[in-house]
Design a protein around this ligand. Structure first.
Ligand SMILES: CC(C)(COP(=O)(O)OP(=O)(O)OC[C@H]1O[C@@H](n2cnc3c(N)ncnc32)[C@H](O)[C@@H]1OP(=O)(O)O)[C@@H](O)C(=O)NCCC(=O)NCCS
Length: 193
């Protein structure tokens, strides 16, 4: 399913990417490894992903098409089910764009596709840990310090939230926990539900 296109695909001087749902074999893990390195597994946000699969209906990729008609991965965004204060919410990330493709709008387009799809679901809001100046471009705002507790050290200034329900203020509060367990592994994950 293509949800967004870049400029005219006939114009060879313009990046020719499109946004669609992630499919097996797209190479997202390799992109995340290149973008974040092995240190990503030590981050607090990963405690909320241990043994949990990303939500397939909210996992989007940006792809280009090579001369053989094969998709080439340009960027990816995933969302994970978490609970905060007992409510089902979403955690955005990882968001990554190939280093030679940055600054073309891919990251914003990926998030917009994910947010639009998430608005159709049961979640009240989306949380992430990231750079406020970037994520404000799609509507995220910093949460009051101490409002949401993560399983591990987090810079409070980087905890951002976005309300998914029109006219409803984001009112997340409490301990962030894993929303479910899909793969019971011996790991260092956060509590569940
Ligand atoms: C962050 C990232 C996803 C942005 O993707 P992108 O496709 O280059 O971003 P876009 O083209 O959609 O947006 C570019 C705009 O965002 C700004 N921007 C990008 N990263 C930013 C950041 N960390 N802080 C503030 N602004 C940022 C750019 O300056 C540009 O602004 P402009 O439109 O006013 O010129 C990409 O740089 C990346 O993959 N980085 C490595 C992985 C990473 O850090 N992911 C985010 C984890 S929190």
């Amino acid at each position: 399913m293509a949800t967004a296109f870049s400029e005219n695909r006939m114009n060879a001087s313009v990046p020719q990417w499109q946004i669609r749902l992630e499919a097996p074999g797209d190479g997202v893990e390799a992109l995340n490894a290149d973008s974040f390195g092995p240190g990503r597994f030590a981050k607090s946000a990963y405690r909320l992903r241990e043994g949990v699969l990303p939500i397939a209906a909210l996992s989007f990729v940006a792809v280009d098409v090579d001369a053989n008609g094969r998709d080439v991965l340009r960027g990816s965004v995933r969302f994970w089910p978490i609970s905060v204060g007992g409510y089902e919410e979403l955690l955005l990330g990882p968001l990554a764009v190939q280093s030679d493709q940055r600054g073309c709008g891919i990251g914003i387009a990926l998030m917009q596709a994910g947010i639009a799809a998430a608005q159709q679901g049961p979640w009240r809001g989306i949380l992430l840990i990231g750079d406020e100046p970037y994520y404000t471009k799609v509507g995220f705002a910093r949460l009051p310090p101490g409002r949401v507790k993560f399983p591990g050290p987090v810079d409070q200034n980087r905890i951002l939230g976005l309300s998914l329900k029109a006219g409803e203020l984001l009112n997340l509060s409490g301990q962030a926990r894993r929303g479910q367990i899909d793969e019971p592994v011996c790991a260092d994950g956060a509590g569940v539900g």
